[in-house]
Design a protein around this ligand. Sequence first.
Ligand code: BGC
Ligand code: BGC
Length: 824
Amino acid sequence: MTLDVDSERFVTQLVARMTLEEKIGQLIQADIASVSPADVSRYHLGSVLAGGNSAPGGDVRASAAQWLTLADAFHAAALAPSTPDHPAVPLLFGIDAVHGNARIPGATVFPHNIGLGATHDPALLEEIGRASAAEVAAIGLDWTFAPTIAVARDPRWGRTYESYSEDPHEVADDATAFLYGLQGRPGTAEFLGYARTLASVKHFLGDGGTVRGRDQFDDRASEQTLRDVHGSPYAAALPAGALVVMASYSGWQGTKMHVERPLLTDVLKERWGFPGFVIGDWNAQEEIPGCTRDSCRAMLSAGIDLYMAPDSWQGLYEHLLADARAGKIPLARIDDAVHRILRVKKLAGLFDPERRVQRARAAPLTELGSAAHRALARRAVRESLVLLKNEHSLLPLDPRGRILVAGAAADDIGRQCGGWTIDWQGDHNSNADFPGATSILGGIREAVTAAGGVVEYQPDGRYTERPSAAVVVFGERPYAEYQGDRETLELTPEAANTLALLYRLRAAGIPVVSVFLSGRPLWVNRELNASTAFVAAWLPGSEGGGVADLLFAPRDGSAPREFTGRLGFSWPRSARPVRFDAAGDTHGALFPRGFGLSLSPRAAAATTAAPFTEDPGVASNSAAANLFQAGHVGAPWSVFVGDADGEVRLTGARQPSPRGLVTARLIAPDLRVSWSGRAGGSLRFGGRASDYTALARDGAAVVIRYRVDRPPRGSVRLGILCEAPYGTPPALAGEPWYRCGLRDGASFDLTRTFRASDPGAWNTLTLPLACFQTTGAHLEWVDSPLTLVADDRFSLRISEARVAAGEREPGDATPCPTARGRGG
Ligand code: BGC
Ligand code: BGC
């Protein structure tokens, strides 16, 4: 991109007039949950963000008008302390508008990237980018952390749905189109003009290629794969006008990307001539060896320009300032980072008073969820649907028939939308959170009723009158980031109910269309076999009407709309991910990338042949939860180390807690944990909250194989944590444990057990879940089945940890530890 001389001069002059404090402030981005407009003026902060759960007044259901008010307050604060000597620098305010401005109730929610990739329609993506930009601008924000241009290579990765395709060229094309839409085309007057939004391409580099698809872990790809697969979308995004690159939490060959200077600086900035700035990811400094939550100049040295420091902004600001004053950071690096940030602000028009007036005057909240945007989203849904099976040319259905609609996801807009919707995980939403939106059932009702047909909706499929056809909607529940990681590509347990439902309908001779909602291709051979027709609908978003548009023939008898969606990802033949060989060819696909049937009878015949194997190809695992085994943290579990300053997830070989009080080390095959003894801290296995009551009844227990390396000097408690009531801030050690319904928390004092075990000898600890119930704990929302809290020096290694059923016979009297929990 060519930089214009006047802008460059403007920025150079501005930087020259800034104090060191003002410069450091530009390098820091705080989260609105932890910073006030007054802080922004006082520290001259360059940027704020609204994190996945952050919203005006802490209420993720705040209205668009409240967002606008909040944005105005922050923008005004940045501009307030202006003096002729130190002109105010406008603020960049970013949000994860990753599938439309979907954090805002009432916004248009577009299909997630995996669905957009299946449309193979860059012109559509450009329009969606433009509409998304308008909806972001409508609430007074300037910037989105999108698009993700990861090339996801293992669908066990929880972020697969943020990826357009497994193919780098497709991702490159989609990224280019989407950037054109969000920002306008570079070199035209539209570029970053009014109602366009600054984009971010993320996560640089190799996020989609981590080992076993574990989020934020190490990518061990060869340099060639890193360049040709994961790098090529960036090579396309830069000329398309990308001005912000977000670094990846993941590492490459053992080095975290946030300190990978050869790639951030030498390749991206120097060799490729990237003129914009690199933003770090959310508190990424905590995962960098040698850094702490409050201090990490190594990231700046490596090439990070803007620190995403949600709640750590003040400490980082102060340490960077002190380091700069002490000469530990070259001034030239600081000036370069500031220059890059200001250059982007200048190019984004933020210094333009006219732009500000436009923003203030227009306040086009009407853009949010407008009829035009919803129509566009509905079209995107239609184009994203991939038809995998259409036996006997069942589709399109006759809308004048009697249609049974069933399945847990048929009338659930939250499930259509997936993660990054209203809040981070998107798993607390009901239809009421989506004013103006349409569920898949809603769309079917509209189409069928208008044609004179009848819809019967029974989530469990138990109809009152025999239908002419059934539409069953099922699939994954919402998740985001590592909470979506999986060990295999099997469907979750609830799928068993769906299968039973499909069998029942088939036995009754009722033709069934399965509509499958998922953030990735999953192993669904049994469901495919049991369905007459099968449609992969991805995560379609707020406009569920797009599904009915293709399921039903037009009522006027005109030609039906065609299925044009084609897979952007190989669909696996077993519950193992497909494998890519060195040449980039895939092995193990049931349907290759590019597959998708049209309505023609010939296409339908193609899948009418033999049924697919019903062997998932993975060992069925009787353990309810494998937390840790053979040096591997089992998905969707994560290890967190915590202390009074919060928690950090282990994603590398060694991870200290924010204050360094607890350190976890992965030294295969063991997990070694040590408490420094300076103050208390915790080790926690956390995942997705689930109901453990049935498991407890079946005698399930938490089982740990461990050895004590250094006996506990103080007390050690072992407990479970439950999901906190919605909206509670994350668990901090030192605060009471998330209580599982108990005032004092659900934990046992195991100090004596650990003191009594010989240092160096391996032991097995079995703690029946029912023991927690004897303390009165409720097990409906357990999200950590294993948490260890020590208040003084202690170290142990764990070789295996699991929650396993059948560890205790019903009626068995394995004693529960006696000492009752007294809080964390
Ligand atoms: C994610 C980013 C996101 C950021 C802000 C991080 O955890 O990795 O993709 O933009 O949070 O919410
Ligand atoms: C935030 C997200 C962020 C995530 C990172 C969440 O609490 O809301 O924005 O991406 O943490 O772990």
